[in-house]
Design a protein around this ligand. Sequence first.
Ligand SMILES: *[C@@H]1O[C@H](CO)[C@@H](O)[C@H](O)[C@H]1NC(C)=O
Ligand SMILES: *[C@@H]1O[C@H](CO)[C@@H](O)[C@H](O)[C@H]1NC(C)=O
Ligand SMILES: *[C@@H]1O[C@H](CO)[C@@H](O)[C@H](O)[C@H]1NC(C)=O
Ligand SMILES: *[C@@H]1O[C@H](CO)[C@@H](O)[C@H](O)[C@H]1NC(C)=O
Ligand SMILES: *[C@@H]1O[C@H](CO)[C@@H](O)[C@H](O)[C@H]1NC(C)=O
Ligand SMILES: *[C@@H]1O[C@H](CO)[C@@H](O)[C@H](O)[C@H]1NC(C)=O
Ligand SMILES: *[C@@H]1O[C@H](CO)[C@@H](O)[C@H](O)[C@H]1NC(C)=O
Ligand SMILES: *[C@@H]1O[C@H](CO)[C@@H](O)[C@H](O)[C@H]1NC(C)=O
Length: 534
Amino acid sequence: MLSSVLIAILPILGTSANPVEKRWSHAPDVGATTSDVFPPTGTKVNSDLFPPESIVGYPQGTPTGLEAAAIQTAPVYAYNSDPSSEFPLKNVGTEDGIDESTFDMLRSWGNLSPWYSVPSSYYGLDSASPLAPESCSITQLHLLYRHGARYPTAGALPAQFAASLHNATVNGTWDAWGELDFLNTWTYKLGAELLSPFGRLQNFELGVSYRNSYGYLLNNFTEQGTLPVFRTESQDRMVKTAENFAAGFFGVPEYLDQVNIEIMVEAPGVNDTGAPYDTCTNANVAARGGIGGIVSNAFATTAWNSTVDRLNSQVSGLKFTGNDILAMLQLCAYETNSLGYSAFCKLFTQEDFQQFEYYFDLSFWYNNGFGSPTSAAQGLGLLQEFVARFEQTPLSSYDSTTNSTFDTSSTYFPLNQSIYADATHEVVVADVLAALNLTAVFGETPLDLNKRGEYTFKSSQVVPWATHLTVQVMECSEYQPTKQVRFMVNDAVIPLNYDGCPSDPNGLCAFDTVVSALKNRIDEIDFDYACFGN
Ligand SMILES: *[C@@H]1O[C@H](CO)[C@@H](O)[C@H](O)[C@H]1NC(C)=O
Ligand SMILES: *[C@@H]1O[C@H](CO)[C@@H](O)[C@H](O)[C@H]1NC(C)=O
Ligand SMILES: *[C@@H]1O[C@H](CO)[C@@H](O)[C@H](O)[C@H]1NC(C)=O
Ligand SMILES: *[C@@H]1O[C@H](CO)[C@@H](O)[C@H](O)[C@H]1NC(C)=O
Ligand SMILES: *[C@@H]1O[C@H](CO)[C@@H](O)[C@H](O)[C@H]1NC(C)=O
Ligand SMILES: *[C@@H]1O[C@H](CO)[C@@H](O)[C@H](O)[C@H]1NC(C)=O
Ligand SMILES: *[C@@H]1O[C@H](CO)[C@@H](O)[C@H](O)[C@H]1NC(C)=O
Ligand SMILES: *[C@@H]1O[C@H](CO)[C@@H](O)[C@H](O)[C@H]1NC(C)=O
């Protein structure tokens, strides 16, 4: 280790013993934010010169065939569990030479991991599968899903790291070699907030897979003579998420006239069940640097001690801290998600990545899981909407993040759909799981604040890009009563332990039993205290 560093230093030192004299060996724009512009300003598609299909005509035949129903008919389920399903992202391997066949680093990036299928056995249901159980026919689907991969949020750690490196560059007082040699020419290429191309693909693919599985439920809309309403929030990435999902589900350009996409305003103070932190005041105390932030940041200060030393031995004029390691791990994840690969990844060992996952696990468990005083309250609005849809009965009160403008309207909040698909953020998916009281997902014991031990809650499995909660309502001739329901998170069937639910190998529980437990749960959650109390 040491000798390889020395060998790497020698050519840089040249005849001088002082690496500082080589300060201009790096490009002057290191760490600078660079961005391109496309489309060129003033350009637009010319539909006179390039007329669309509707003008050109001659479409040839378009018979549609039967709707797919793989969830009912396929002999095996199409899991998203192969590392190659992360195509077109490249896992470049770890610092300690571990390749993706043994350790897939993309699955230890917490909420920055691409979603993958979690086996039901992880939560103890060894023989369960997302396919309809024997004797059951799925009559209704409720899907709550997250946007795909995006650039970092504005001002997040990766941009701060770039800015401080750029400051150091302007001052010309640092140098890097060995494993960090690439930093000498590295610029910050990421945008902020919007979906990356891979993120668009994830939502599109999710749409395709749900059409394959549940396409037959569209026949219900045909019988009613109505189009589905799919909901999302107004933030750009949320609108594009719903559009890409719909494009996958219905096709391009069919999604433009086969589904109503409802955009709910996401802005501070506006009631929107998909963005509950905008009305739940305490969410901002708890989530932005609150409990989860405090415990995960404390963990980060020492989580990568030996890595801090290893990387500091390959720079002069800079001194990295645990927080910088965290920034570089995030850059590995964000650059891979946005640009296809990242030179930062190779700096880190398997152990580093596992610590990275734990950092997120702490943050989410304490901010949006059972360790948070506000998570269930933030999930309450969507829980109330779930129950309203289950019972096909409008909400009777507006005492959470629900919005009476929408929720009283059969146009904006229809109650008789066979398919519901709502897009939201990962924190909200976790909040809803907490509101649903899904103990199996979060584990019963709080996560250890200081070191990674044995624990259930893995953020890369619960809140990754395009994570989704799927609820199947079904008629099962061999069950009593015949109307049953179950919950799945990223294809893992979740065991239900509501009062009156039997332990069922397929994760099923009687529909009425679950609905009445959820109504008790609604009463159990004190929205006013959790969101506005001291
Ligand atoms: C960069 O330098 C400017 C000017 O000294 C300072 O205001 C800013 O906080 C620095 N940013 C970082 C990330 O170090
Ligand atoms: C450069 O270094 C000087 C001295 O430490 C500091 O005052 C100044 O703010 C730095 N400039 C930037 C852009 O960081
Ligand atoms: C309800 O939603 C609409 C549209 O998203 C919004 O304009 C309105 O402010 C919301 N109502 C409340 C009370 O937040
Ligand atoms: C890491 O280093 C810090 C500061 O040197 C020290 O306080 C801490 O105990 C170390 N942590 C571990 C886990 O080695
Ligand atoms: C918005 O949410 C608040 C807080 O729960 C609630 O008091 C109010 O009735 C809601 N407004 C509407 C129009 O739904
Ligand atoms: C479902 O709700 C829509 C909108 O209110 C209505 O037009 C339609 O007739 C309803 N269908 C059934 C079967 O109740
Ligand atoms: C269509 O789906 C809704 C919601 O599940 C249900 O109430 C209705 O009975 C279904 N209609 C038919 C004809 O299956
Ligand atoms: C929610 O979970 C807690 C802890 O397991 C339990 O005490 C409570 O009864 C549950 N609530 C409902 C409505 O099932």
